[in-house]
Each structure stands twice: as structure tokens, then as C-alpha cells.
Design a protein. Structure first.
Length: 400
């Protein structure tokens, strides 16, 4: 039988060093990072690896933040238990939780809750290292530690100055680290019994004579310790997702009715008729909102601002656009460009395109040059050609 791979994520820490930087802040694992929390990013990376059987998240007693994270991730693979005073205590509690579930030689992967930049490639390399030994049984390997070789010159502080340390063979230990269940449990129990504080699982295993293989990992797999690390983590995550563009499209149609103007792109334009709509009937903004929500995978305008809600009767559609813009920002996305086409025999919009682009850009907090607005007719065909109504099409490109 193949040895199963379980994950333990100690997330019970209070983040004392983080709190020094930002008093009254949430524990660092729940700090906001590109529209999610640090912990969510760390768990998503593990959830994306199909070889991980289940993930035990070890929480502080009375943790009121976890239910929100669990609801967002919505995975049956996520299990929880209560942690201890120190990291090694929490890992030990996670192992005890798995005692009735895991076999003695099952692999246990331990990953820091505050390492949100773990890549799928690094997890796969770690899992591959376990499988590739002994025809996939893994019996010849004591464990595996994700690590990055030290490339900088290393100095040691002395009472009377510094000395250079030979960096040959030196690596920075990262997480995840993987060891067999029974051996890791024994190693941590032994450390606790003798009062030894270990900084990672590999150190505990070394004490009982088990040495791991180093698996080369990305140096960008940083640990969030202080508030400034959040900026670094955000930059790394954006860099990793910069090639993942998000495309969205939207369309909106309104019939003409009584009135003396229409609103397009936030601009009031005189016309012989108005539009029949629950809000102000701005087809440009409605189409743009739908395109943005589509690119985010966040439903459509009808879900967020239903026409059955009296709060939106006669509403200025710019309110909708500003809310959508905030959702886009919270998701860690930004607008690359938007292309909008108005379909109408009348009114003519050419004279208003600059004003429309300026308004849309202001509500999206982007330069007006990123908003392109065009207009066309349907050559007097269909309901638009008969001047029974007007429509708009919008396409957007978003990036992380």
C-alpha cells in the first residue's frame, strides 16, 4: 500500500514579533494579503497538490477567525485541532490528532502558516523526492526538507568585530518538511521530555539520528515575521501570477421610454427619450460592471445589485462601479484595459467619449488612457435600428 501524505499547518501562534510592528493587529496568519489572509494563501498551495490526503490546521483555542477562512476555502480536506504554547507543541498536537488516522510510516508534511508564497512546483518536488526512492515506496529516505542554498557571503558577529563564515554546503531551511509519522512523533516527544526547544522538524529528527534529504526550493518562499514582510510577500505573489490574465465581457440593453435624457458612462446626454430601468439605466456602466465581475469570477451585476431591491431604484450606476472596483482591489487584481462599444442609432456619443472615459477611470482609480469607448449603429436593423432602445458591450483585461 502506498504511504499516504498528510499535512500539518501550525497556526496557533499569536505573532508576538508581528504585534510589535503593528499593535492590536490580527495574528500574522490572518493578516490581509492581496484580498485574502496569509493563512489562506498558505493553505491554497497545499490544497492544490492532489497527493496530499488531508490537511490538519492547528488553531489557538477560541480562534474566531478560522470559520471565515474555512468557508472561503470550502474543502473537505481541511481538518482542525487545538494547538499548544509553542510551535513544536502545536505540531505534536497535530500528530496526536492523526494518531487514529495515519499509519506509522505515512508521511507528515509540516508547513508554516506564515509562508504564503509556497509554489506548486516546490510542493511537487518535495512529494516527488519521497516517491522516487525505492520504486515509489520511499523506504530509503528519512525525510525531505525544502531548502534554498545560501548565496550571500555570511558573517558571524564576534565581541571584537565579525568573521566570514564558509558558506559551502550551507542552506536556508524552509517549509514544508516531511518525515514519517511515527518517527516524527517520537522525535518531538523526546524533545519535549528532555526540555529541548527545536526550531523545526528536521532538528528534532536529527536528535534521534534521522537525517533528511534537502530538496532545492525557491528563495521566494519567505516567512512573514513583521509587517514589512507583507509587502514583500505581495510583490512575490504578484510576480508569480503576473502572466495569469483574467478576461471578462459584459452586455446590457435598455428600452427607450419617457424622458428627456439618457445616462451613458456617468454622463447625462440630452435625448428625446429616456430609458426604462430600475436604476438610471446606464448601459455602459452596467456592461462594464458585468465584464469586471466576470473576469473576477464574481457573478454578475444582477446578483450584487438586484432590480428587486428598492435601494437601487433610480440609483446612480456609478455607485455600482465603485463597489465593483473595491471588490476588484480586494481580490488583488487591477485593470489592464477596458474596451466599450455603445450600440445606438441615437443619441450620438462621439462628443461625450472623453468625459465618459474620465468618469469611468476616476471610479476605477486608473488612468483614462486605459478606457476606450466606441460607438456604432446597427444600420437601422433590429430594435436598435428602429430606435426602440440601446445597448453596450464591454470587454476587460485584469491582472494580478
Amino acid at each position: 500500500m502506498m504511504r499516504r501524505l498528510w499535512a500539518i499547518v501550525p497556526a496557533a501562534g499569536r505573532g508576538e514579533r508581528f504585534a510589535l510592528d503593528k499593535p492590536h493587529a490580527l495574528p500574522k496568519q490572518y493578516a490581509a494579503l492581496l484580498g485574502s489572509s496569509v493563512l489562506e494563501w498558505s493553505l491554497r498551495a497545499l490544497l492544490a497538490e492532489p497527493r496530499i490526503h488531508a490537511i490538519v490546521v492547528v488553531l489557538a483555542a477560541g480562534d474566531s477567525h478560522w470559520p471565515h477562512v474555512a468557508a472561503k476555502l470550502d474543502s473537505a480536506k481541511l481538518l482542525t485541532t487545538i494547538g499548544g504554547a509553542q510551535r513544536q507543541d502545536s505540531v505534536m498536537n497535530g500528530l496526536e490528532f492523526l494518531a487514529s488516522r495515519a499509519a506509522a510510516d505515512d508521511w507528515i508534511l509540516v508547513h508554516d502558516a506564515a509562508r504564503p508564497c509556497l509554489s506548486a512546483g516546490d510542493i511537487a518536488a518535495l512529494a516527488d523526492a519521497l516517491q522516487n526512492d525505492s520504486g515509489g515506496s520511499g523506504s530509503d529516505i528519512g525525510g525531505a526538507v525544502l531548502a534554498a542554498p545560501i548565496v550571500d557571503t555570511v558573517k558571524r558577529q564576534l565581541p571584537n568585530g565579525v568573521e566570514t563564515v564558509d558558506r559551502a554546503g550551507l542552506w536556508r531551511a524552509l517549509t514544508p518538511q516531511v518525515f514519517a509519522f511515527a518517527q516524527l512523533r517520537h522525535a518531538l516527544q523526546d524533545a519535549a521530555r528532555t526540555g529541548v526547544a527545536v526550531t523545526d522538524e528536521a532538528q528534532a529528527m536529527e536528535r534521534i539520528g534521522v537525517r533528511a534529504r534537502l530538496v532545492s526550493g525557491s528563495p521566494f518562499n519567505i516567512k512573514v515575521t513583521g509587517v514589512e514582510d507583507l509587502k514583500t510577500a505581495a510583490a512575490i505573489l504578484r510576480m508569480g501570477e503576473s502572466s495569469q490574465m483574467r478576461v471578462g465581457q459584459g452586455m446590457d440593453v435598455h428600452a427607450f421610454g419617457e424622458g428627456d435624457h439618457v445616462v451613458l458612462g456617468g454622463v447625462r446626454i440630452a435625448h428625446s427619450q429616456g430609458v426604462v430601468a430600475h436604476s438610471d439605466g446606464d448601459v455602459v456602466i452596467h456592461a462594464l460592471c458585468d465584464a469586471l465581475l466576470g473576469a473576477m469570477g464574481d457573478g454578475d451585476i444582477g446578483q450584487h445589485f438586484p432590480d428587486t431591491d428598492p435601494r437601487y431604484r433610480g440609483a446612480d450606476s456609478r455607485v455600482f462601479l465603485r463597489v465593483v472596483a473595491e471588490r476588484m482591489k480586494a481580490a488583488g487584481l487591477h485593470l489592464v484595459n477596458a474596451d466599450i462599444t455603445v450600440l445606438a442609432e441615437a443619441p450620438r456619443v462621439a462628443a461625450h467619449r472623453t468625459a465618459m472615459a474620465a468618469i469611468l477611470a476616476a471610479d476605477l482609480s486608473v488612468p483614462a488612457q486605459l478606457i476606450n469607448i466606441k460607438a456604432t449603429t446597427t444600420e437601422r436593423l433590429g430594435f436598435i435600428g428602429r430606435q426602440e432602445g440601446l445597448a453596450a458591450l464591454a470587454s476587460v483585461l485584469l491582472a494580478g
